[in-house]
Ligand binder design. Structure first.
Ligand SMILES: [Zn+2]
Ligand SMILES: [Zn+2]
Length: 341
């Protein structure tokens, strides 16, 4: 993937031509937009993985996936908490709200030129399950865009328990909300937009308009009673996002030839180095490369994107190698934050 953001390309274009020519003679690399362009953090990291679709090709679709955070509970500063945006034209649907979600969305809006991800446009979020790494950003996505004049209330879809969680969040910030409404901040235009519109679901269709249909797909995630994958059927692409899942047959059925399967994974090679009690945990909560290769193959996924990766010391190349060794032969990328697929 070659994402060329304006600051990087602009700095090259600003160089006087003679400087460029001299350096070109010396290094044969000072050509605006050349393959040597280091691009951004996202492109640099993405460039090291298995690449089949360029940024511009992904952006050409009406239905695009923008990975806002690939992280896990591990506090990797390069990987924000799990959050995936599906952007259909000028509408953004956010799946999970890991820590950092609003700032990652703001960076995508600014650096990738996706206005739907500006803070004040973040008005719907779909939660896969109630684990803290997937929900710590809920106060952020509820309140930060409100303070920034989001006109709409935030629609929150999630499993049973999400209503209580949102209620507790509003209560926790009661003093702040009171001051922002009744203090000196001009808040008349959107004074009630801090109140979330919450829909609890046990699975099924949770959103539908003339272009987009979203289904919550119950999956297996250890001892959680409810954990969902989400299937987004857009005008030109169908996308399935696993959330956290042990191998789950409903994902195979939901994908059924889908254009993009965004699926969690842990390193099978590093799994064996984990303490036995953690091996027992991960084997019932998450998915190994062998299991994912089987799922994606039987699902007929047109492209597989790994996210929420548990590396335990390996890296994106390592996970890609493990997937190839496990038998997945289709298009494959190990996602980075702000990768577009
Ligand atoms: Zn989880
Ligand atoms: Zn998780």
């Amino acid at each position: 993937m070659r994402i060329r953001l304006e600051p990087a390309t602009r700095s090259i274009r600003r160089s006087p031509l003679w400087v460029c020519l001299l350096i070109t003679l010396a290094l044969a690399s000072c050509i605006p937009g050349s393959d040597e362009d280091p691009g951004t953090t996202a492109s640099s990291a993405a460039a090291s993985t298995d690449l089949n679709v360029s940024f511009s090709e992904a952006m050409a679709h009406r239905t695009r996936v923008v990975i806002l955070g690939t992280g896990t509970p591990n506090a990797d500063p390069e990987r924000s908490g799990p959050a995936v945006a599906v952007v259909v034209d000028d509408q953004a649907f956010i799946f999970d709200a890991g820590p950092g979600v609003v700032r990652r969305a703001a960076k995508a809006a600014r650096d990738l030129d996706i206005p739907a991800l500006q803070a004040q446009n973040l008005n719907q979020v779909f939660i896969t399950h109630l684990h803290s790494d997937h929900t710590l950003g809920l106060p952020d996505i509820l309140l930060s865009p409100w303070v920034l004049d989001r006109p709409d209330r935030l629609k929150v879809v999630g499993p049973p328990g999400i209503d209580a969680m949102m209620g507790h969040i509003v209560m926790a910030y009661d003093a702040d909300i009171d001051r922002r409404i009744n203090g000196l901040e001009p808040r008349d235009a959107n004074r009630d937009s801090y109140i979330p519109d919450v829909v609890e679901t046990e699975g099924g269709v949770v959103y539908e308009d003339s272009d987009v249909r979203i289904e919550a797909i119950p999956v297996t995630h250890g001892d959680w009673s409810f954990s969902f994958a989400y299937k987004v059927t857009g005008p030109d692409r169908t996308i399935v996002i696993s959330g956290d899942a042990a191998p789950s047959e409903p994902i195979v059925e939901a994908c059924d030839g889908c254009d993009l399967l965004v699926h969690e994974i842990y390193s099978g090679e590093r799994f064996v180095t984990r303490p036995p009690e953690w091996q027992a945990y991960h084997s019932v909560f998450h998915t190994s490369p062998e299991q994912l290769a089987d799922i994606a193959t039987r699902a007929g996924a047109q492209k597989l994107v790994l996210y929420h990766q548990l590396y335990w010391g390996t890296d994106d190349e390592g996970l890609v190698s493990e997937m190839r060794a496990a038998g997945w032969t289709g298009p494959l990328q190990s996602a980075v934050d702000l990768g577009v697929y």
